[in-house]
Design a protein around this ligand. Structure first.
Ligand code: ZN
Length: 364
């Protein structure tokens, strides 16, 4: 083990209380060449809810040899490429992030546990083999419509995967070497050359309490993408969730979300709603209050019972159409180009006295 990594990982051992986390870290320490990224640093931040709780931030460095200067230009927008279900490619300043990889085909069946099955009704926009180089996979939970058996078989075992403690445990058993477990509100920093982002696990609840305890734990994600000019683009991914009390904490902590990807579909298991339908989707739009929202995970499986048109009608009736962008599989949507207005806003912010405490802060 290189001395530097050994030293830093010993520091991390002290910074983390959970043996699970320590094991994660040591995988990287033992296999810096195998893992596509290496654990090199950590720090600790005060949790805004309670100053006595320290939330450690782990980090991952992704080799940046392929990073072009064009990718780092301030005015280069990011993009969302919608593949299908909850599978999207997020590209920003040299990062390529794949969410909830599902590449099964129309007619294929997924197993959702307890003997429950569902059939895919759609084709993914591209095949697994057509994926570009991916830096990391962001996985909301371990359900086969989010991480399918084809992906399980073919995904490089060295691919960094950020997910719930439950999913990462399952993935480790399947031989994945670079898993990073996040509990709700845990932060994870990713660097690639001069590009930086932070992933924070958001609360999510897959159905009403009794049902959600029978389904895999889910996390939403907040991606804070460093725009390279001192400002941050905030991209929220809901994961499979219902509106629930803890979700109300998201806008308190993050009052300025730029873009939200909302998992809709109104999935029903044995008649019980376990993902947001049109009504809950509209409530999420109001609650999370992003500048822009994009519904995903809306019509791909037979268990998805709430058509996108229902959400569209609800949004129109609420007068919020200008806030929602609709994507079809295969569409690319650009986001986050720095505008002249952003530059002026940032200059005004620089003129203000510095705020105290870490970002984001609670609005309470
Ligand atoms: Zn699910």
């Amino acid at each position: 083990m290189p001395a530097r990594i050994g030293l830093i990982c010993r520091k991390i051992r002290h910074a983390h209380s959970s043996p699970e986390t320590h094991r994660d870290t040591m995988w990287h320490a033992r296999m810096p060449d195998l893992a596509r990224g290496a654990c090199v640093a950590t720090d600790a931040r005060m949790d805004s809810r309670s100053p006595s709780i320290v939330t450690p931030t782990r980090s991952l460095v992704i080799p940046s040899s392929s990073l072009s200067s064009a990718a780092l230009a301030d005015d280069t927008p990011g993009s969302i490429f919608f593949i299908g279900t909850a599978t999207v490619l997020i590209r920003y300043r040299g990062f390529t992030i794949l969410t909830d990889p599902n590449f099964l085909h129309r007619g294929d069946t997924v197993h959702l546990g307890y003997g429950l099955r569902s059939q895919r009704r759609t084709e993914p926009a591209i095949g697994f083999e057509e994926l570009p180089d991916v830096d990391l996979v962001l996985l909301s939970h371990m359900h086969e419509d989010h991480f399918d058996r084809l992906v399980e078989k073919r995904l490089d075992r060295r691919m960094p995967i950020v997910s719930t403690p439950h999913s990462t445990l399952v993935l480790k058993r399947k031989g994945f070497l670079s898993t990073h477990a996040l509990s709700t509100w845990d932060r994870f920093e990713v660097r690639k050359g001069a590009s930086r982002m932070t992933i924070t696990a958001m609360p999510a609840k897959h159905g009403p309490s009794v049902v959600s305890s029978l389904l895999p734990p889910v996390m939403g994600s907040m991606l804070e993408l460093d725009r390279g000019d001192g400002t941050t683009f905030r991209l929220y991914v809901s994961g499979d969730t219902m509106i629930h009390e803890q979700l109300r904490e998201v806008p308190k902590r993050y009052p300025d979300i730029d873009l939200a990807l909302l998992h809709l579909g109104g999935t029903r298991v044995l008649g019980i709603l376990v993902t947001m339908d049109a009504k809950e989707g509209l409530e999420a739009l109001r609650l999370i209050d992003p500048k822009e929202a994009i519904p995903i995970h809306y019509d791909d499986y037979t268990v998805f019972k709430s058509p996108l048109s229902d959400f569209q009608e609800a949004v129109e009736a609420a007068g919020l159409s200008s806030r929602v962008t609709y994507m079809e599989r295969g569409d690319t949507h650009q986001f986050g180009a720095i505008t002249a207005a952003d530059t002026v806003r940032h200059m005004v912010e620089l003129d203000r006295p510095p705020s105290s405490g870490p970002q984001p802060t609670s609005s309470r």
